[in-house]
Design a protein around this ligand. Structure first.
Ligand code: SF4
Length: 438
């Protein structure tokens, strides 16, 4: 029996790509294995957003190279954001790799996999002739990611994504809704619509649908109880989208809007395409329509030339806004980007580290305050896992909740919160809203 193992680094989009590749490989007769030493085909799905993620991929490639020296015959594939038009260097360093594939370019991998196990031409032919587009992966639980738009047109100066994932490319509405129906039939209760800039969805399609169009389509699909969407781009977040989130009951009041910096001069150097005032206007509009909405953001500290004053502006924004979650990272220059070519990485490492810690401290403080407000409140939780009588799930606002009860995975339950930490809630079941029909 031919086997495969996929190791995924990076964002939700990569996780979705890995599941799609897995579905294609399974159609060719391959079976997934947990242990990569037992796989005939090992795939590393890489991330280039930060040096640390690339270093982890190099580490794994080193191990695979050594195994090959010791006689392993497993085929090795590298896919994802580390693979681009200018990655000849990488190919030279790791001749042990059998196939290189850019994000979503599955054809070469499938052809190699089919050849390696002598799969029937018919199945491979159907996958390569467009069957992959409609090959949906079986869900692993009650939640699933659904990519709706690939690529990014924004070209922020520090970011490698547009260079590796290409320009914005939306999937047709029908294809997305077919996939959501398939997922619902296989037990999925919550879908997260994915895009690097998800509100850009549809601008490149003839009928000009948008995210609100997708929300309406999913509203009519039985079984799906919740919809989320990631990642927002402040400038693309129109009033229509904010209103659609407020008006569609299935859509969770959860916004992931990266601000990246609280300083206009820094935002300009990042070429983010909006001012701080515009960002804050979006936040105000969300809070007017949905006072309890969760607002999550991303911040990069130590970008080229970031002064103490610019950093202080970011701190002030965080104190004003009280974000639910802050994903913070220190700037790391990515070869090929505008910033790498034209801007000195001039903020010392210890300054970056100190700024990172300040933001992490602010995050912990605001997460504690926000979670404490939920003490003795009852929240809606979708049960995502269950072990030894303990269930775990998430609220509509994305908070992790642990509680003592044996509900079925996929049930929607009401939980009264009796303990909080900055990162999770604990409680007891107060009732079941809907049972999973799996
Ligand atoms: S919006 Fe900017 S940061 Fe986000 S993926 Fe596009 S280029 Fe990168």
């Amino acid at each position: 029996m031919a086997t495969f193992h996929i190791w995924t680094l990076g964002c939700q989009m990569n996780q979705a790509d890995s599941l799609k590749l897995a579905a294609g490989l399974e159609r060719l007769g391959y079976h997934p294995v947990e242990d990569d030493t037992a796989a005939d085909l090992v795939v590393i799905n890489t991330c280039s957003v930060r040096q640390h993620a690339e270093d982890r991929a190099y580490g794994r490639l080193g191990i695979l190279k050594q195994r090959r020296v010791e006689g392993s015959t497993a085929k090795i594939v590298v896919m994802g954001c580390m693979v681009g038009p200018k990655t000849d260097d990488l190919r030279r360093r790791f001749p042990v790799v059998d196939e290189w594939a850019r994000p979503q370019q599955f054809d070469g991998i499938l052809a190699m996999a089919a050849e390696a196990r002598d799969a029937s031409d018919g199945e491979l032919g159907s996958l390569l002739a467009g069957g992959m587009t409609r090959t949906y992966s079986l869900p692993k639980g009650p939640t699933a990611y659904v990519p709706v738009i690939h690529g990014c047109d924004k070209f922020c100066t520090y970011c490698i994504v547009p260079l590796r994932r290409g320009r914005e490319d939306s999937r047709p509405v029908d294809d997305i809704l077919d996939e959501v129906r398939f997922l619902a039939e296989h037990g999925v209760r919550e879908v997260t619509l994915l895009g690097q800039t998800v509100e850009a969805y549809g601008h490149d399609l003839a009928e000009r649908p948008d995210l609100a169009t997708l929300f309406e389509g999913i509203d009519a699909i039985d079984g799906v109880k919740r919809v989320r969407f990631l990642t927002s781009y402040p400038k693309d977040m129109t009033g229509r989208i904010i209103d659609a989130v407020a008006d569609q009951p299935k859509v969770c009041e959860y916004f992931n809007i990266p601000v990246q910096s609280g300083s206009d001069s820094m935002l300009e150097r990042m070429r983010r395409g909006y001012t701080l005032a515009e960002f804050e206007e979006r936040v105000a509009r969300i809070r007017t329509r949905m006072p309890d909405a969760a607002i999550v953001t991303d911040v990069i500290v130590g970008c080229p030339g970031e002064t103490d004053e610019e950093f202080a502006d970011t701190v002030a924004l965080i104190e004003r806004t009280q974000f639910d979650t802050i994903h913070v990272a220190a700037y790391s220059p990515r070869p090929g980007t505008f910033a790498h070519r034209n801007m000195a990485d001039d903020v010392p490492r210890e300054v970056k580290k100190a700024r990172l810690q300040v933001i992490e401290g602010l995050h912990a403080a605001s997460a504690t305050r926000i979670n404490q407000r939920l003490l003795n409140q009852t929240v809606e939780v979708l049960v995502e896992s269950e072990q030894d009588g303990r269930s775990t799930g998430r609220t509509r606002r994305g908070q992790l909740v642990h509680f003592d009860a044996t509900n079925r995975i996929g049930d929607l339950v009401r939980v009264t919160v009796d303990q909080v930490t900055p990162w999770s809630l604990q409680g007891r079941v107060a009732g079941t809203l809907s049972f999973a029909v799996l």
